[in-house]
Design a protein around this ligand. Structure first.
Ligand SMILES: [Zn+2]
Length: 258
C-alpha cells in the first residue's frame, strides 16, 4: 500500500472584539485562549512525532509575542504561517459588519485594496518583529482575491492554503502554490450540541478511513481551539487512524521543494 502523505493544519486567532465578547458572554474567557489551545495541540502532536502548520493572526503575534515565541521554539514540529492581521475583527471591519458592504463595493470581503495592503504588511511586520519570515499564508475567510495573492507573492510568500476541494489538489496561481483542504473543515464545532458534535466526529473518522486509502495526500484543517473542546480526544483519534496506515506527515512547506 502507498503511504498517504498528511498535512495537519490549524488556525489561531486573537480574541474577538470586546463588543462581541460582551454579546456572546465571553468576557470570562482568557484572551490568549486560542493560543493556549495551540500550545496543547502542538504538544499532543509532538508526542506522536506529527508535524503541523499553524496559521496565526498578526494581531495575536503582536499581543502575545512571548507566548507565540514559545509556541515556535518549544517544539520542533510546528511551522508558522500567517493568517491576516485582523481576521475581519476590529474597527476597520466595522466589527465584521462591513464584510457584506465591502463585498458589494469592492468584490471582496477584505475591503478596498489599500486595506488589504495595510493588513498584509502589518501581518508581515508583526512576524518580522519576532524574527520570523512566514512563507505560508491562509486567509481568514476563504474568498480568493488576485490583488491579495499577487501582493503575497511579491512579499515572498510561497504557499497558500485557502481553497477547499474534494480530492487532493495543488495548483500554481500568481506564482504561489495553492494547496486545498480536502477534508471537512471544523468551523462549526463550537456551535454544535454535544450530540451533534459526537455524530460529526463519527462521520469525520469514517470519511478519514476512506480517504486515507483513496487520496495521495490529505490536508486537514483542525483549529486548536476546536480540538480543545473535547480535550484533544478527537485529534488523538485522527492521529491514530493516520498512524495505523503508516501516514507520512509533513508541514505544508514540504510541497514547495517538490
Ligand atoms: Zn481564521
Amino acid at each position: 500500500m502507498i503511504r498517504p502523505v498528511v498535512f495537519i493544519t490549524g488556525d489561531i486567532h486573537h480574541p474577538p472584539d470586546l463588543i462581541k465578547r460582551l454579546l456572546y458572554g465571553e468576557l470570562g474567557i482568557p484572551e490568549d485562549y486560542e493560543l493556549r489551545a495551540g500550545l496543547e495541540y502542538v504538544k499532543v502532536l509532538h508526542e506522536y512525532n506529527v508535524p503541523c502548520t499553524l496559521f496565526i493572526t498578526g494581531k495575536l503575534v503582536d499581543t502575545f509575542s512571548e507566548t507565540v515565541k514559545s509556541l515556535i521554539s518549544s517544539y520542533d514540529n510546528v511551522e508558522i504561517g500567517a493568517h491576516t492581521y485582523y481576521a475581519f475583527r476590529g474597527l476597520l471591519y466595522g466589527y465584521t459588519l462591513f464584510i457584506p458592504v465591502y463585498r458589494k463595493l469592492f468584490g471582496t470581503p477584505y475591503g478596498p485594496k489599500h486595506l488589504i495592503h495595510y493588513d498584509v504588511l502589518k501581518t508581515v511586520k508583526a512576524f518580522l518583529k519576532l524574527g520570523v519570515r512566514p512563507i505560508a499564508w491562509r486567509t481568514h475567510g476563504y474568498e480568493e482575491n488576485d490583488y491579495l495573492y499577487s501582493l503575497l507573492a511579491k512579499l515572498g510568500f510561497k504557499i497558500i492554503s485557502d481553497c477547499r476541494s474534494e480530492r487532493f489538489k495543488v495548483f500554481k496561481r500568481n506564482n504561489i502554490l495553492h494547496v486545498c483542504i480536502n477534508m471537512p473543515v471544523d468551523d462549526n464545532l463550537p456551535n454544535m450540541s454535544p450530540s451533534e458534535r459526537a455524530s460529526w466526529y463519527e462521520k469525520y473518522i469514517k470519511l478519514l478511513n476512506i480517504k486515507v486509502r483513496q487520496e495521495k495526500a490529505l490536508v486537514l484543517q483542525l483549529h486548536p481551539v476546536n480540538m480543545a473542546l473535547d480535550n484533544f480526544d478527537f485529534l488523538l483519534k485522527i492521529i491514530k487512524v493516520l498512524l495505523k496506515v503508516n501516514s507520512l506527515f509533513h508541514r505544508l512547506s514540504f510541497l514547495i521543494d517538490l
